[in-house]
Design a protein around this ligand. Sequence first.
Ligand SMILES: [Zn+2]
Ligand SMILES: [Zn+2]
Ligand SMILES: [Zn+2]
Ligand SMILES: [Zn+2]
Length: 337
Amino acid sequence: MKTGSCRCGNRIFFNNTLCLSCRATVGRCVPCGALTSFTARNDSSACDACGTAAFPCRNQRYRVCHSFITAPNELCRWCKFTKVIPSLNRPNSVARWAAMESAKRRLLVQLDQLGLPPFIDKLIETHPLAFEFREDSVDMNGQQQKVTTGHESGLVTINLAEADSVHRERLRVQLGEPQRTLIGHMRHEVGHYIDWAWASRIARDEYQRLFGEPNSVDYGQAMCRHYEQGPPADWSTRHVSAYATMHPWEDFAETVNVYLDIMAIATTANEIGGRSLDLSPTADPSQLVAGVLEIVVEVSEYNFDLGLAPLLPEKLHTAVLEKLAYVHCLRRNITID
Ligand SMILES: [Zn+2]
Ligand SMILES: [Zn+2]
Ligand SMILES: [Zn+2]
Ligand SMILES: [Zn+2]
């Protein structure tokens, strides 16, 4: 993730709310986009990067947002994407909501920087993206109402329990999904959104060649088969994950997830790792992936030193690289009829 700087010169990272050197308030200025420090004035603050009078996003009162905007008592552009939030009466729910918003903001900033949906053309109006963070509940008849994480016509629903690391870790092991993280969920669901809003509309033939024709595979049957029989033994020769083998839609979403992981690593490597990887739409995708996999091998080794999981798979097969290249090259072709 790109970093910013405080007026004292200290580097500011994505999650900072306070400069650890001079104690200045820091956050993201929405008008200029910078991660920067803010100087208090009488009834507002001033962005130290662009000088604009800045007010905290309304969600700062719950400590779920670090953004500053031009009007008081309103939501920032990132918080506006969330249509349903959990109950504010339960401190635990608010803490989980904060984790959701942090992951969501990290993802949206990335999509914006890469010029991916919804931040292209008029897509944000024609195919808006929205999030809802819901909790399991019990209805009037005592029946458990489970919230299913998923995407439907631009609406991403995430079960708030996914922000609970114990719950997530249990499912990660149970379902054999090594990369099950909060931001991973968001990247996967946004993958479905990018499919629905964009990819399958602008580059359909290539999509079908690589991922298959989604409408020719009954989703319900595919899901039953996946959970009954598991993935084919040689899944890694053609798919980024075991889950991607289930259905063309899941294959595409998982590929987007890994593409965004790779681009996030590449951005951080350029920002603080001294690399100079070309992240532009015209960059050669195989060179870009190779550059990132070098980093993955190194960082995974640090992780193994501490008994942690690998960063990403250290090798990707040709068929997988071709799918990642497809997602990358979508960024070159942003025209929508
Ligand atoms: Zn400072
Ligand atoms: Zn600013
Ligand atoms: Zn906000
Ligand atoms: Zn999915």
